[in-house]
Design a protein around this ligand. Structure first.
Ligand SMILES: C[S@@+](CC[C@H](N)C(=O)[O-])C[C@H]1O[C@@H](n2cnc3c(N)ncnc32)[C@H](O)[C@@H]1O
Length: 306
């Protein structure tokens, strides 16, 4: 996935404007699944600026936490944010998920991958994870896609039944070929939109057992919120939502492909997107919107070696 490694990618904005993972996701779902195993060494793959890496030290108290990402910019941003009290516990290294040569066989207790596994070569990745995981060690991948606006200023009637239209507008900008549709790297985007079901289908049954998964999709098949998965939910200003939109890899690629369009000018995709909300719904940038993301997790365990 090249956009996150590009020289012009702003890893600081990524860290600031992406949804955070709530503590309950680590304290309940991950901890309960992993309980019974050691909490010595954890690895977070496709760590970005460390959103899901730091909680492994802070909340789950692993002795050692390693974050890896192929993007040097992400690794540098993550390194800069290590809190002093964890300086001897957390390290970040540049590496791809499919071949982590600096990690020895049978050495990792828990592996997480947050909003990244859809980019991997899954057949190779599952084998590499089985190499480095200890017997019964946990592999947990999770993510989110397609934000859905649920209410405005806390009042679901504020735009008088226009939610469908607001959400339609989002999806049009994200996936119509007139807008960002052709600027997503595939098949990654389709995989996460399908809430990682395609990855689950590739789990090798001779290497992993104890499969558990959860999915929440308020406008699709899986409508029931799942306690700690009911998480990527945020009340934010329209300006912050626009900032989040501007962290999309597709927006970055759009800008690269339209280097004749001045950023911030009326033809910039980010400005157009903002103006649509202002003109069609009369929202200003301070308008508070309540957004929820389709989300999913999968947890599996390494079958003990013979
Ligand atoms: C959307 S970001 C997720 C970052 C962070 N984990 C989070 O939860 O926000 C996806 C990350 O996956 C990384 N990535 C892409 N392909 C990868 C690969 N083959 N192996 C490891 N990481 C990869 C990208 O560099 C990027 O930092």
């Amino acid at each position: 996935m090249s956009q996150f490694s590009s020289q012009s990618f702003k890893s600081e904005n990524y860290g600031l404007y992406r949804p955070n993972y709530p503590p309950s996701f680590f304290n309940n779902l991950i901890k309960n699944y992993h309980n019974g195993n050691d909490f010595r060494t954890a690895l977070d793959i496709g760590c970005g600026p460390g959103e899901a890496t730091f909680p492994l030290a802070r909340l789950l108290h692993f002795d050692k936490v390693i974050g890896i990402d192929p993007s040097l910019r992400m690794v540098e941003a993550a390194q800069k944010s290590i809190p002093t009290e964890y300086a001897d516990k957390i390290i970040f290294k540049q590496s791809r998920a499919e071949s982590i040569s600096f990690i020895s066989n049978n050495s990792i207790d828990l592996i997480t991958s947050a909003q990244a596994a859809h980019w991997f070569d899954h057949d190779v990745w599952f084998k590499e994870m089985a190499r480095i995981l200890k017997d019964n060690g946990s592999l947990i991948y999770f993510g989110y896609a397609d934000p859905i606006i649920q209410s405005v200023d806390g009042d679901p009637s504020d735009i008088k039944g226009d939610f469908a239209k607001a959400n339609e507008l989002l999806l049009t900008y994200f996936y119509n070929s007139k807008y960002l549709g052709n600027y997503w790297e595939q098949p990654g985007r389709s995989i996460i939109r399908n809430l990682n079901k395609d990855i689950d289908a590739k789990i090798p049954k001779d290497l992993y057992y104890d499969f558990k998964s959860g999915r929440y999709d308020p406008i699709g098949e899986d409508k029931t919120p799942i306690n700690d998965l009911y998480i990527w939910k945020k009340n934010l200003k329209l300006q912050d939502f626009i900032n989040y939109f501007s962290t999309f890899s597709s927006v970055h690629k759009w800008h690269e492909s339209h280097n004749n369009v001045l950023k911030g000018s009326k033809d910039d995709i980010v400005v157009k997107f903002t103006d649509e909300f202002k003109s069609r719904f009369g929202w200003n940038l301070d308008k508070k919107i309540n957004v929820i993301w389709k989300s999913c997790y999968t947890m599996i365990r390494r079958i003990p070696r013979k």
